[in-house]
Design a protein around this ligand. Structure first.
Ligand code: PHE
Length: 461
């Protein structure tokens, strides 16, 4: 039986690292758009319910699996139920996380480029001949830039490679000296930047209108599709179903209280999403951008630069924002990469450095393909999708729910008897008030709901 011996060195460090994984582009650019489509607070209420009723129990289960199995995502199943095929679930988690890593690294590269362009001011330098006196021309300029940029061959690649290099440096330094130390440094920074932006957003002229847009529930927009979207968003945002939390919790010491940790991480992740709402809605209201896209890449690479362009101290705000994005993306890529690194270390008995290299070097091929598939390689299609979209859809819409669902079924029904209880109570040392509801949810509710997420593309084509 292979076990890993490293642990996070402090409670704060372990929370910072786990929050670092959870808080990512999902909170910053997916959440506000989903909230806008789902009727503001109406969506928020459903989302909060998803986080606490489903997200927290599934997170506790993943923690139990990792801390109790003390190995990588595959090894935990082997350690707990040797001779059974449950490890295939772990294998799927490794594949899913690696596929996410391939395209997430490219997006992380974009944030680096935009940070760089903000710092140097290039992002806001007018194109020769353009007159940037109206909002429309700004918008056209940023949209055009974004469009052109991601289709380029070289520049996005260079940035992606720099991100791979930074990941390598951090990951090579190990769990405590690399992941934990970086998270301890960057997570407080992330919250400080968010707070600064909240203050700025709340002092904008139309802050009140923005907030009421966000906090006033419009229940008419709550369709089944929106509700399932909220569930999916909760899973993605909390980094569930990819072996990440299993891997990180295998570094949790024996006395870590799993329920408390899961609640803390989920609340902080939720807080970041809500803070993004508090920032985005006043900003778009104040600059008359209500009709603009607040969805995904367009929000961060087109709409927000427009906002900054209309504010005093444009470069400062822009740089700070892309720094925020970079921090969020970096701590997430690191956690995703760690899944396969731990797998190589534990399964193949590789040492840390070769394992890091074996995980990150192939990205020079896979992330390159993802990046080029948005431009030169657009014609290469897998099931009708570009390579980038295929990696994204296959990993997050198919593998993620399958892994999450099987993990729940395993822990609810097939793990060694009393295992969940042992883990949730630290072998009887502490009480866990929510043991029963958690067990009930992961046995009966979570598998069904996750199955619905899985087949939802068929239900709502
Ligand atoms: N949870 C991260 C986010 O919200 C993304 C992520 C997904 C990270 C899957 C790791 C794995 O952006």
């Amino acid at each position: 039986m292979s076990t890993n011996k490293v642990n996070f060195s402090s409670k704060i460090g372990l929370i910072a690292a786990t929050v670092g994984s959870a808080v990512g582009l999902g909170n910053i650019w997916r959440f506000p758009g989903e909230a806008a489509n789902g009727g503001g607070a109406a969506f928020l209420i459903v989302y909060i319910a998803c986080v606490f009723l489903l997200g927290v129990p599934v997170m506790v289960s993943e923690f139990a699996l990792g801390r109790g199995g003390k190995s990588d995502a595959v090894g935990v199943f082997r350690n707990l139920t040797p001779g059974k095929k449950w490890w295939i679930t772990g294998m799927l988690a490794v594949v899913a996380s690696y596929m996410v890593l391939c395209f997430y690294m490219v997006v992380a590269g974009w944030t680096l480029e935009y940070l760089w362009q903000s710092v140097t001011g290039h992002l806001y330098a007018a194109d020769p001949g353009a007159t940037l006196d109206s909002i429309d021309s700004y918008k056209a300029q940023f949209a055009e830039r974004m469009h052109q940029y991601i289709q380029e061959d070289w520049s996005p690649l260079v940035n992606t490679y720099v991100m791979i290099g930074i990941n390598l440096l951090v990951l090579m330094a190990g769990v405590q000296k690399g992941i934990e130390r970086l998270s301890n440094l960057l997570m407080p920074l992330l919250f400080v930047i968010l707070l600064v932006f909240c203050v700025v957003a709340l002092s904008l002229p139309e802050a009140g209108a923005g907030l009421s847009y966000f906090f006033q529930p419009d229940f008419s927009k709550l369709t089944a599709k929106v509700v399932i979207g909220a569930l999916g968003q909760a899973f993605f945002s909390l980094s569930l179903g990819m072996g990440i939390l299993v891997t990180y919790s295998s570094y949790f010491p024996k006395d870590t209280r799993l329920t408390r940790t899961a609640v803390t991480v989920s609340v902080l992740d939720l807080l970041v999403a809500v803070m993004m709402g508090i920032i985005i809605f006043p900003a778009i209201m104040s600059f008359g951008l209500q009709g603009e896209a607040i969805q995904g890449t367009t929000l961060v690479f087109v709409t927000l630069p427009e906002v900054f362009a209309h504010m005093p101290l444009t470069q400062l705000w822009s740089s700070l924002f892309f720094m925020l994005l970079l921090v969020a993306a970096l701590t997430s890529t690191i956690s995703i990469a760690e899944v396969t690194i731990a797998f190589f270390q534990d399964r193949l008995n590789m040492r840390r450095l070769p394992a890091c290299l074996a995980v990150l070097m192939p990205l020079f091929i896979f992330s390159t393909l993802c990046s080029l598939s948005l431009g030169t390689l657009d014609g290469v299609r897998i099931f009708g999708k570009t390579i980038f979209d295929f990696f994204d859809t296959f990993a997050t819409n198919i593998l993620l729910p399958i892994v999450a669902m099987t993990t729940c079924i395993y822990l609810g029904w097939f793990a060694p008897k009393g295992f969940l209880q042992q883990q949730m109570t630290n072998e009887g040392a502490v009480r866990s008030w929510i043991l029963r509801p958690v067990r009930f949810i992961i046995r009966w509710i979570a598998p069904v709901l996750i199955f619905i997420i899985l087949i939802s593309p068929l239900l709502f084509p």
